[in-house]
Design a protein around this ligand. Structure first.
Ligand SMILES: [Zn+2]
Ligand SMILES: [Zn+2]
Length: 164
């Protein structure tokens, strides 16, 4: 191993900042999963999972809660804020993190679809819908009252807490 090589590292965590994790290998077979379990687990039309070997995954702050969504698999999440964080088959050597929980999800594009039996037919329409930014959606009064309580998209000291 050469000494000046940058070790690979991607970080992520939950919305409230109680749980943080790191990946020390690039995710492979990043995928959308349209199955009904993934829809329910993330509360969305599909989940996007970024798998890495378990040896390349570590929790770096806090301990997540987990739910055995079947007799074969667990899903980890933050018990404080509810962010879905992982999916893992109990007997697999990989663990998938939810792509939205990564600090830089745009660096990890999906390469395939799974669970297509659950694929929602209106996904085909998405690119044609009218679009606006978050600020455009807020009223003037909401903009004045707005304070972001979400953990920032990078590691922070252990005593980090959101602005009030
Ligand atoms: Zn949280
Ligand atoms: Zn699924």
């Amino acid at each position: 191993m050469s000494e000046n090589r940058h070790p690979f590292r991607l970080t992520g965590g939950c919305q409230c900042g109680a749980i943080r994790y790191e990946l020390t290998a690039p995710p492979e077979r990043v995928h959308l999963c349209h199955c009904r379990m993934c829809q329910k687990a993330v509360g969305g039309p599909f989940a996007v999972g970024a798998p890495v070997p378990r040896t390349a995954f570590a929790w770096t702050r806090g301990t997540p809660a987990s739910f055995a969504s079947s007799s074969l698999a667990h899903r980890d999440f933050c018990a404080r804020c509810g962010t879905p964080l992982t999916f893992r088959y109990d007997d697999a050597e990989t663990i998938s993190v939810t792509i939205g929980s990564l600090d830089r999800p745009k660096d990890v594009p999906p390469v395939r679809h799974y669970g297509v039996e659950g694929r929602l037919p209106w996904l085909d329409l998405l690119a044609t819908l009218p679009s606006e930014t978050t600020l455009q959606m807020m009223s003037e009064a909401q903009r004045r009252r707005y304070v972001n309580h979400q953990h920032p998209d990078h590691d922070t000291p252990p005593d980090w807490s959101p602005p009030q």
